[in-house]
Design a protein around this ligand. Structure first.
Ligand SMILES: [Zn+2]
Length: 271
């Protein structure tokens, strides 16, 4: 019998959301033979402080940067044409997402939680949640066959405390995938080496690329170590003696609108 080909879809509002928030897990799954797909719901066209870049020019740059990142995971990184900072949980967007998810048929969908400072992030979570149940309803978007199963759905980490703090249901050691996450982030040159340095670290824009990447690796290292220490109890519970050798983790919360992951499925993600 042919072995099942698993598929994972990570959905963010912007081009650097999916890979820098779930890239360790995505790389782990890619190496296990999963098909990896990432999707940015907006075109990213407003994330700049440079007048000459803002608009369609930046959207084109972001598309190319996303494609380069997608290649690191052996998959596609799709970017929708919805204007950055203008994403709404409209019926049109919901149905577009239902069709998109149905066509890819993922076993696992990852996105951000609906509590977030950025309206595009909040609306991304809302769109994924709104799409979830309807994926299986035949006469909703009947032009694309409905799913006959519900994918597992996970939220990537955030630090927002209201209305409730993040819960680390899934813990993924990513020491072996760390370099790929940094490489993926480095693909988003117009963000990590330009826009995201504004306004407090503008001096870094002129640093040689090697130094910029090392700086980025240090920041990501601090972030993943912080997850490791914040969720030390969960890491210990899941990995026992092995926990000692784990330096970096990504953590995910289970979205209750998706399928409850079985112990075997969780093992596919965590081991
Ligand atoms: Zn974003």
């Amino acid at each position: 019998m042919e072995e099942k080909k698993y598929r994972v879809l990570s959905i963010g509002a912007h081009q650097d959301d999916a890979d820098t928030s779930s890239g360790g897990l995505l790389k782990k799954l890619a190496d296990k033979g999963w098909e990896v797909r990432m999707l940015s719901l907006t075109d990213g066209s407003r994330g700049t402080f440079r007048e000459e870049l803002a608009g369609p020019c930046l959207a084109e740059i972001r598309k190319k940067e996303a494609a380069a990142s997608g290649a690191l995971f052996g998959g596609r990184y799709d970017c929708w044409d919805i204007e950055d900072a203008r994403l709404t949980p409209s019926l049109e967007n919901r149905e577009r997402l239902i069709r998109y998810i149905r066509e890819f048929r993922p076993d696992l969908v990852i996105t951000n939680r609906p509590n977030d400072y950025h309206p595009d992030h909040r609306n991304t979570a809302l769109l994924v949640q709104d799409a979830s149940y309807l994926l299986t309803v035949p006469f909703c978007c009947p032009d694309v066959p409905n799913l006959t199963y519900m994918p597992v759905m996970l939220y990537w980490h955030d630090s927002f405390q209201k209305p409730y703090p993040f819960k680390a249901d899934v813990v993924v050691p990513i020491d072996g995938q760390f370099d790929t996450v940094v490489k993926a982030a480095s693909c988003h040159e117009s963000q990590y080496f330009d826009w995201l340095l504004w306004p407090d670290h503008l001096e870094k824009i002129d640093w040689p690329r090697e130094k910029q990447v090392a700086d980025l690796a240090e920041r990501f290292g601090r972030m993943f170590s912080r997850y490791r220490s914040t969720y030390a109890a969960e890491v210990l519970e899941k990995f026992g003696e092995e926990a000692e050798s784990i330096k970096y983790v990504e953590v995910f919360e289970i979205c209750e609108y998706g399928e409850e992951p079985s112990a075997d499925f969780l093992e596919l993600l965590e081991k």
